[in-house]
Design a binder for this molecule. Structure first.
Ligand code: SF4
Length: 315
């Protein structure tokens, strides 16, 4: 039977799943909203990935994203990696010469600089939502348009409105102000795309030298208005990859190929009960909060203890 590898990128907004073969060819993919429950989101992703007969055996699993540790424990992943490594590996596999990765996701954004496939510098912004997908979605709702249509509407603008987008509060009030001044929807949307790109360059890239080739990825890379805004500001070509919104998941699936093979079977996972709870170790004033993951009420993983005294016995 041929071998396949599963990668899961689980963030607070979206969950991505990917299956690749030994040659890094994408066999199947799934992208859905996390909806506040990473465990359920992963169960739904797996259901979608395996809804049709799958002629491969899964021998490696990788997880990344903000809930990577939790989901890694639940799936018994062979590799658990941070988003920077996952994105760098995924992107440089498909674009080996890439020097700059601009990544803007649902709620965070990052810049990764590489040379010869090695990460030389990076920065992440997880605090300010002003330049991310969730910000664009909320503004689209306010303007009564689908966020998917943002890009093509923005490209119709001849006079983009100048918007303060350093934070959502300023952006929203500025948006109302510009609409009152009579700016067209196209100009306001083009202004929003412009401010997302500018916000990213000011707050995430923060003066880092941006070398070409540049790859723009993450959910927001699907927005051609933001892509165009980056091109206008940087006066450089911005490239996107076909599966750019899945690169984190692809990266960890590729990394799992380096690990010892295991055999996975997810056919029953929908019926398994997982639960996360926490407790405090009060053996010293640090009072560490210890996160516990249980499968059918049995502890399968725990973390958060700063020393071995707080280690919990895994069943
Ligand atoms: S785990 Fe170690 S450091 Fe943390 S509270 Fe317990 S004894 Fe202190």
């Amino acid at each position: 039977m041929k071998k396949a590898y599963l990668g899961i990128d689980i963030g607070s907004i979206s969950t991505k799943g990917i299956l690749i073969d030994q040659n890094n060819q994408i066999l199947r993919s799934s992208y859905l909203w996390t909806e506040g429950s990473p465990i359920n989101a992963v169960k739904r992703v797996l259901k979608e990935l395996f809804k049709d007969k799958f002629e491969y055996k899964i021998v490696g699993v990788g997880t990344t994203g903000s809930a990577r540790k939790l989901i890694g424990s639940i799936l018994n992943a062979s590799v658990i990696k941070n988003e920077i490594t996952a994105h760098a590996i995924g992107t440089s596999t498909f674009a080996p010469n890439v020097r700059t990765i601009i990544e803007i996701g649902g709620q965070d954004s990052k810049i990764i600089l590489l040379n010869d496939g090695i990460v030389t510098d990076y920065a992440m912004n997880t605090l300010c939502a002003a330049g991310t997908g969730s910000f664009l979605s909320s503004q689209a709702q306010r303007l009564g348009v689908e966020v998917e249509d943002f890009g093509k509407i923005a490209l119709k603008s001849k006079n983009p409105a100048l918007l303060a987008a350093r934070c959502t509060v300023f952006a929203e009030s500025d948006l109302v102000h510009k609409a009152q001044l009579g700016y067209s929807k196209e100009d306001i949307i083009a202004g929003l795309c412009q401010s997302v790109a500018q916000n990213y360059l000011n707050n995430v890239a923060k003066g880092k030298k941006i070398y070409e080739p540049i790859i723009f990825q993450g959910g927001v890379s699907k927005n051609i208005g933001v892509k165009k805004a980056f091109e206008n500001i940087l006066e450089k070509k911005i490239n996107t990859l076909e599966n750019g919104h899945l690169m984190g998941a692809i990266g960890v699936a590729i990394l799992s190929k380096n690990e010892k093979e295991r055999e996975y079977d997810f056919s029953n996972i929908d019926h398994i009960q997982f639960e996360t709870t926490s407790t405090f170790c009060n053996r010293c004033p640090n009072n560490c909060e210890i996160i516990m993951v249980k499968k059918e009420k049995k502890l399968i993983d725990s973390w958060g203890n700063r020393c071995e005294k707080g280690e919990l016995k895994i069943c």
